[in-house]
Design a protein around this ligand. Structure first.
Ligand code: FAD
Length: 665
């Protein structure tokens, strides 16, 4: 698409079908680049107009760039890097006006760019509060490649740096500059670092880790002024402290670039208003990324922006996608410390209807937030291998069941055993926060031939933004795709088969009648009319039931973790289950009785039948894995396992009542 010289010379004819649409994207940040690349991939004629003179790049990677870990060439946005005939990339061109009636965008050089659909992805700019001395030479912001370039140049001479703002960006800037051997002080006016993502304890813990790494941290104090004769020399704090310095980096938040929308009379507030299709008030104009406001929320992370870009692209192509909002999720290494935060933590912390549980050990802190039993937020400082799973549970509104909460409070884990293994992650679990790539999508890419972290990244985009999910990708690659069967699956199948037969007898066989006449030699008399034998069989049944329950609980609560493998205990559980079915037949003679006894018998039978079915499903599932013709991603054992567990719950009370009744009468 070429620029037009003047408005009067233009004859704009709207494109008649989607294939011939001309799309102009304003803003070459990560979100604009993603939308432009995706639209060009679909064959549309796309023009990307960007103020920055640099080729579109991954803004998130400015921190490693500042720290000297990567070169600029390594952080270019891959979506628009390759030249394409239908993608016209213009850098160093600011859009100054949108002429909605004529479907034109005007750039600062006076050129006019016709569009059928316009995508505004103008992002944010650094916000500098009205601190005295903010215009002095030596005061920097950290938002763009230009800022990073200026800071890099400055880092050669900078010796003492004050970073104003202890949020995500301030800490990232501090890390970058500290790696350049400067003395760095971070000043945060709230009582803790990362106040939007962390609670007081987590903030304090992260603060301690940051201090241990040699950064001077001042929290709970505001900056009063930046002072110096001709350049920055000091920062004055509200408590009277004076921090000598030669460089100040202001990281006090961002403001959405809404000026174009305002001038074009599009509705806006903190961001440009968009509906669920990412459309602004004008049906031919979309807004995405940090400049967009959806349902009162303006996101400051790249992941939600990518989701919005995908929605807008689909709708421009004639689709019918709806954006339902994004969960704010941060998973990254802040100055070497792993930090995970998901959900609106500040609001959750103050909400009386939200309950929370904490686990803390050896400098690792985790907290989960529950509303009406469902996971709604979580925080971790110091790493949490289950964070992806937590994220997907929160996204799906999954409940945290009582034993999960119990286990969390004890071990800091919501799921037991192999839950940390990426091969056991559900398909829906988000692996890459920035791009929203799920485990299922990665598995599909692996099936299609991607067999390294690089090829997975190329196929799905995962790991290409902040890179914090790269260890998970490595794990997935080394796990080698499909989940492996457990060692003892044949024994599980065989024992479950026996248990199933016993359970079937229990459920379906006719009751064994009492003998018509008393015969002391009769087995039936001995079994069911001799009080002592009845007690023996009854207590054997009770013992077996208790043993099976304790072993079952072991899985949920990870009791006796050190006593043998999980597979062995599972086998023991099934064997005891089969023995319990036999003991129940012997004890009752299949006569269910009435009232309390009938209930007890029914729950016993249901527990045993469902347990046997779950065992068969588990064994079968692993047999399929062994033959590589299936996997346990949506295992058929879930429903019978749950019914098995539910049927167990009333048993202790019913058994107790039965024992008491037997002795009382
Ligand atoms: C150092 C740093 C580290 C970060 N780390 C993370 C992280 O770990 N995880 C995370 O999720 N997020 C992180 N972020 C935030 C993330 O970078 C942003 O959420 C993301 O860049 C937003 O993308 P965007 O395309 O919406 O806006 P932007 O990236 O702001 O891009 C907007 C672009 O539009 C251009 N533009 C503006 N107005 C015009 C105009 N009138 N005409 C033409 N062009 C215009 C701007 O110059 C800019 O290039 C980080 C940000 C920074 C600065």
């Amino acid at each position: 698409m070429t620029a037009q010289p003047a408005l009067s010379q233009l004859q704009i004819t709207p494109a008649s079908d989607t294939d011939n649409l001309r799309v102009v994207v304003i803003g070459g940040g990560p979100v604009g680049a993603r939308a432009a690349g995706a639209l060009a991939d679909k064959g549309l004629s796309v023009t990307l107009l960007s103020t920055e003179t640099f080729a579109p790049y991954n803004r998130v990677k400015l921190t490693p760039l500042l720290a000297g870990d990567v070169q600029f060439g390594q952080i270019l946005a891959p979506e628009v890097s390759a030249p394409r005939a239908n993608l016209d990339l213009r850098t160093g061109l600011r859009v100054t006006q949108i002429l909605r009636d004529q479907h034109l965008a005007r750039t600062a050089d006076g050129q006019l760019w016709p569009y059928d659909k316009l995508v505004i992805a103008t992002g944010s700019r650094a916000f500098i509060p009205g601190i005295q001395g903010r215009d002095l030479p030596g005061v920097f912001t950290f938002r763009s490649a230009e800022d990073a370039q200026a800071l890099l140049a400055r880092s050669i001479s900078a010796r003492r740096i004050v970073v104003i703002g202890g949020g995500l960006l301030g800490l990232e800037a501090a890390r970058g500059m500290q790696r350049r051997q400067a003395h760095v002080t971070v000043v945060e006016h709230e009582g803790r670092v990362m106040p939007r993502q962390l609670d007081t304890t987590a903030g304090a813990l992260l603060g301690q880790k940051i201090t241990d790494l040699g950064v001077d941290l001042r929290t709970g104090v505001a900056v009063r002024a930046i002072a110096g004769e001709t350049r920055v020399e000091e920062v004055h704090l509200a408590d009277g402290t004076v921090l000598p310095c030669d460089t100040v980096i202001v990281c006090t938040g961002v403001r959405a670039n809404t000026g174009l929308a305002r001038d074009a009379k599009l509705p806006f507030s903190r961001g440009i208003f968009v509906d669920d299709t990412m459309c602004t008030g004008d049906p031919d104009i979309y807004a995405i990324g940090e400049c967009a406001e959806h349902n009162g929320v303006v996101h400051g992370l790249v992941g939600p922006g990518f989701e919005q870009a995908d929605i807008a692209v689909d709708n421009i192509l004639g689709g019918n996608s709806s954006y339902r909002g994004s969960l704010p999720a941060t998973k990254l290494k802040v100055i070497g410390a792993e930090v995970f935060s998901i959900g609106p933590i500040e609001q959750l912390d103050d909400d009386p209807s939200v309950r929370s549980h904490v686990w803390e050990k050896n400098g690792v802190y985790r907290r989960i937030f529950l509303r009406t039993g469902k996971l709604v937020g979580a925080i971790a400082v110091g790493g949490w291998s289950q964070s992806s799973r937590v994220q997907s549970a929160i996204a799906q509104g999954a409940p945290a069941l009582p034993w999960m909460v119990f286990r969390f409070r004890r071990d800091g884990m919501l799921w037991g055993d192999d839950a940390e293994d990426i091969s056991a992650m559900p398909d829906a679990a988000t692996v890459c926060n920035c791009t929203g790539v799920s485990c299922g999508r990665l598995r599909d890419a692996m099936k299609a031939g991607a067999n390294s972290v690089e090829t997975l990244g190329q196929a799905t985009g995962a790991g290409n933004v902040c890179g914090s999910c790269l260890p998970l990708l490595e794990e997935l690659v080394s796990a080698g795709g499909p989940p492996k069967p457990v060692r003892l699956y044949r024994a599980i199948l065989a024992l479950s088969g026996i248990a199933a037969m016993a359970a079937m007898v229990l459920a379906l066989a006719p009751r064994i009648p009492f003998p018509q006449s008393y015969d002391a030699e009769s087995l039936r008399v001995w079994l069911w009319q001799d009080n002592i034998t009845r007690q023996w069989t009854g207590f054997t049944l009770l013992g077996l039931t208790l043993a099976a329950m304790i072993i079952g609980l072991r899985k949920r609560l990870r009791i006796t973790d050190r006593l043998g493998s999980y597979d062995g205990w599972r086998l023991a559980h099934i064997a005891i289950g089969a023995a319990t079915a036999a003991a129940l037949i012997i004890h009752t003679g299949l006569r269910a009785g009435s009232n309390l006894n009938l209930m007890l018998f029914m729950f016993f039978a249901l527990t045993l039948v469902m347990g046997a079915v779950a065992g068969l499903a588990t064994g079968g599932d692993h047999a399929l894995r062994a033959r590589r013709i299936g996997s346990a991603r949506k295992p058929a054992r879930r429903l019978p396992t749950w019914l098995h567990i539910l049927a167990v719950w009333p048993l202790p009370v019913l058994i107790l009542a039965h024992v008491l009744a037997s002795y009382a009468f």
